[in-house]
Write a protein that binds this ligand. Structure first.
Ligand SMILES: O=C(O)CCC(=O)C(=O)O
Ligand SMILES: [Fe+2]
Length: 301
């Protein structure tokens, strides 16, 4: 597997940034996000894990050690933990990181709409992670949505980061197949052209990918440490967006419930100031390999 190309060289050059993005379908930056905000958010996740007794007794929560039987998204036991972090002001505020928004503003050449549907990942060791997929089928609206994937601390490959199939965003939407792990469906990738790329993250690094770029969670090969990360989504305000992208992830009780107890109202309902074009969400983009759906044509190399 190859390492990510570091794109810090084009961070402040909109033309070169767009060229890199068009070529690779992903962008990786070191030292991009505000470290104080990242550390504060990680601290809140640690508190939640400790409160739910998911951290091994007698160990420091900051070490993120667990030998508890794994709980994964979709299991009822995950819900109270999900609710706790989904209601954190810091979790939603961090999606508006100035380094992230600045880079995306140059990439889009437009005002950036941060989708408020923010996702946090708490991945137990040795559990299956996220199968290869394109985010587009889950998001829709416009293919020109970019995901930011940011680990909440150092994330060496052994802790299970993300691998990306470079250049896989160029041909459109692939058919899917039912697979285990977050999302429940994945793209079979055997024989697809392009290089898989991955890397070790240091706290403050961030990975971005286009909604049609195939990516996959790497296994957490530590025997006893949580992998914590967040993923946030962004697009230009002038492009269509689905209503689901404007609702909380898993939308349990709506935004007023998420916002209870926040210190500041500045980042509540911020997207309502934009005149957004709403697009319908459709099941039609899910074409199943099981039903004989063929993949998109690849241009000759
Ligand atoms: O963190 C993961 O395992 C999955 C992340 C992902 O698929 C995404 O951020 O779009
Ligand atoms: Fe994804």
């Amino acid at each position: 597997m190859k390492p990510y190309t570091n794109s810090n060289d084009v961070l402040n050059d909109a033309v070169a940034l767009r060229k890199r993005a068009a070529r690779d379908g992903y962008l990786f930056f070191t030292d991009l996000v505000d470290l104080a905000a990242l550390r504060a958010l990680r601290g809140r996740f640690e508190e939640i894990l400790a409160r739910h007794q998911w951290i091994d007794e007698g160990t420091a929560a900051s070490d993120l050690l667990t030998t508890k039987e794994a709980v994964v998204e979709g299991m009822p036991e995950f819900i109270p933990v999900l609710e706790d972090f989904q209601r954190l002001e810091e979790f939603h505020a961090f999606a508006h990181d100035p380094g992230v928004l600045g880079m995306l503003g140059r990439l889009f050449g437009d005002t950036v709409l941060a989708h408020p549907r923010n996702i946090g990942r708490i991945v137990f060791p040795t559990t299956p992670t996220t199968p290869p997929h394109q985010d587009y089928v889950h998001i829709q609206g416009t293919p020109d949505v970019w995901t930011a994937w940011i680990p909440l601390g150092d994330c060496p490959r052994a802790l299970g980061g993300i691998q990306v199939l470079a250049g896989s965003h160029r041909v459109g939407v692939y058919p899917v197949q039912r697979m285990s792990g977050a999302g429940g469906v994945g793209v079979p990738t055997d024989g697809l052209p392009g290089d898989w790329v991955a890397g070790d993250f240091t706290a403050g690094d961030a990975l971005f990918f286009h909604s049609e770029t195939i990516h996959e969670g790497l296994p957490n090969t530590t025997s006893d440490r949580f992998r914590l990360s967040v993923d946030y989504r962004y697009q230009a305000v002038s492009k269509p967006v689905t209503e689901a992208s404007l609702l909380p992830h898993f939308n349990r009780f709506g935004w007023d419930w998420v916002y209870e107890g926040w210190q500041s109202a500045d980042l509540q309902y911020y997207w309502r100031e934009f005149d957004l074009e709403l697009a319908p969400f459709t099941r039609d983009v899910y074409r199943f390999v099981e039903d004989g759906a063929a993949g998109p044509e690849h241009p000759p190399e």
